[in-house]
Design a protein around this ligand. Structure first.
Ligand SMILES: [Zn+2]
Ligand SMILES: [Zn+2]
Length: 459
């Protein structure tokens, strides 16, 4: 497939098909075909499968880069109309890597680490060598988008919040109105590329194979023309744009989720003659110490004491994300086993764009056994008369009884061994502390009298 990867097709040919060839597709392939072909090729060509094969890695990178362009309807249209010439230097106007040099965000009293950790963009630094064509040949639909990850807490997503920040972006130079020229200075045709904006270069396209490709002209950066030093605008030094700090505000709306994008349309970098790019914040939800989210539902684990398990409770079980306490009373004469779950209806996350509609909050109750010191503070003999009776030996009595030593063991260690019963064996017994029910009174029992119930006594 590398065979077709050259730029020898003259401009007169209406449509380039190199990128389609890389994916093994006809130029009229549907979006679905492109996705399918990419998945299949990615599997076959993946560098993990072909380690030490530099050609396979090269093929994979080219194929992935072709997919980047063809999978985006905008850049595909540009490619179909103008070929690689139409796309900017790093392949695919909007799909290009975000330009963090241009944008930095300072958060006022908010998460100080908010702007960190860039990601996204092209999977590889593969350079098509296409370069922007001269002057009007170059078709970019708008300025560069800036993609910025933004960390939010679960509280932020529950309550919503607005964030003010300073951003630096490129705007059209006011002095030269984006021409880059000083006064009546006019750009002159670039001598290095004779106005084409690109030059032919010999590059290695596969091991042992040289091919002729086009590379953007280094002299004029693909523009095909150049301003002489003295004709350049004083303010922007011929760059056509200047950087400006602007105040931006973004709204994290109630119910938004991890990975959701907040788009500030037109707030990104400007390029002369093009609408400004967008600034896109991608939310990254931070884990919460006590609440987990699943869709619009929340899950909390709450510890209750043995006394609460036996005699009930009426107290604030959960401090909610908006600062409210949620008081819950257990029904009278209800004995709560560890792992029992209750649902607090309508106390989940607000629904995005419909915040009055809320999910549920599920609370898993875990019974906390008292510390051993507690036994020193009470009369255990009295306690014994209060609690359900201890178990007697099983009937019929075995004829031989040996004394086995009580030795504690780490359940995790036991779990990691393979037992024929499978891992479920132990999961069933998660309630082991409290046994199968309060009436069996297994806790604080020093006797080895468990013969009748082999399934979940692990102490
Ligand atoms: Zn200027
Ligand atoms: Zn040039």
């Amino acid at each position: 497939m590398c065979e077709s990867w050259t730029y020898s097709i003259p401009l007169a040919v209406p449509v380039e098909t190199d990128l389609y060839d890389l994916l093994g597709l006809p130029a009229h392939a549907s979006e679905g075909d492109i996705k399918k072909a990419y998945r299949k090729k990615a599997k076959d060509l993946h560098p993990d499968k072909n380690p030490n094969d530099s050609e396979a890695i090269q093929n994979f990178q080219e194929m992935a880069a072709a997919y980047e362009i063809l999978s985006d309807p905008d850049s595909r249209e540009v490619y179909d109309t103008y070929g690689m010439e139409g796309l900017s230097g790093h392949g695919g106007g909007r799909g290009g890597p975000p330009d963090m040099d241009h944008v930095f965000a300072q958060f006022f009293g908010m998460d100080p680490g908010g702007g960190g950790g860039m990601g996204g963009g092209m999977p590889f630094g593969f350079d098509f060598g296409g370069g922007g064509g001269p002057g009007n040949f170059r078709k970019r639909t708008k300025g560069e988008d800036s993609v910025i990850p933004y960390e939010v807490s679960l509280e932020d997503l529950y309550n919503g919040k607005s964030v003010k920040m300073m951003m630096e972006k490129e705007i059209e130079c006011g002095t030269c109105k984006g021409s880059g020229a000083r006064g009546s200075g006019k750009p002159k045709k670039c001598a290095a590329c004779e106005g084409k904006g690109w030059t032919h270069v010999q590059t290695q396209i596969a091991p042992g194979r040289l091919g002729t490709t086009r590379a953007q002209c280094g002299e004029c950066h693909g523009a095909g023309e150049k301003l002489r030093e003295k004709d350049r605008c004083k303010k922007c030094k011929g760059e056509k744009t200047v950087s400006e700090k602007t105040r931006q505000e973004i709204y994290v709306e109630k119910g938004m989720s991890d990975g959701q994008r907040i788009v500030l349309a037109g707030a990104g970098d400007q390029e002369p003659g093009l609408p400004a790019g967008d600034v896109i914040f991608v939310l990254k939800a931070l884990p919460h110490p006590s609440l987990q989210r699943s869709g619009n539902d929340l899950l909390a684990k709450v510890k209750i004491t043995l006394s609460e398990a036996l005699l009930g409770f009426d107290r604030i079980l959960v401090n909610h994300l908006d600062g409210r306490g949620l008081r819950v009373a257990s029904p009278p004469r209800k004995i709560i086993k560890t792992g029992q779950t209750i649902v607090l209806r309508g106390e989940g996350m607000p629904t995005y764009r419909n915040p009055d509609d809320r999910g549920n909050l599920y609370v898993v109750l875990e019974v906390e056994m008292p510390e051993e010191e507690w036994l020193d503070t009470i009369d255990t003999q009295v306690l014994e008369t209060l609690l359900p009776a201890k178990k007697a030996d099983v009937e019929p009595k075995p004829s031989v009884v040996d004394d086995a030593r009580y030795e504690e063991s780490d359940l995790l260690e036991v779990r990691s061994q393979s037992f024929p019963a499978g891992s479920d064996f132990f999961d069933q017994g998660l309630g082991f502390q409290f046994g199968e029910g309060a009436d069996e009174g297994a806790w604080e029992d020093e006797d080895e009298d468990e013969g009748g119930e082999p399934e979940c006594r692990t102490q």
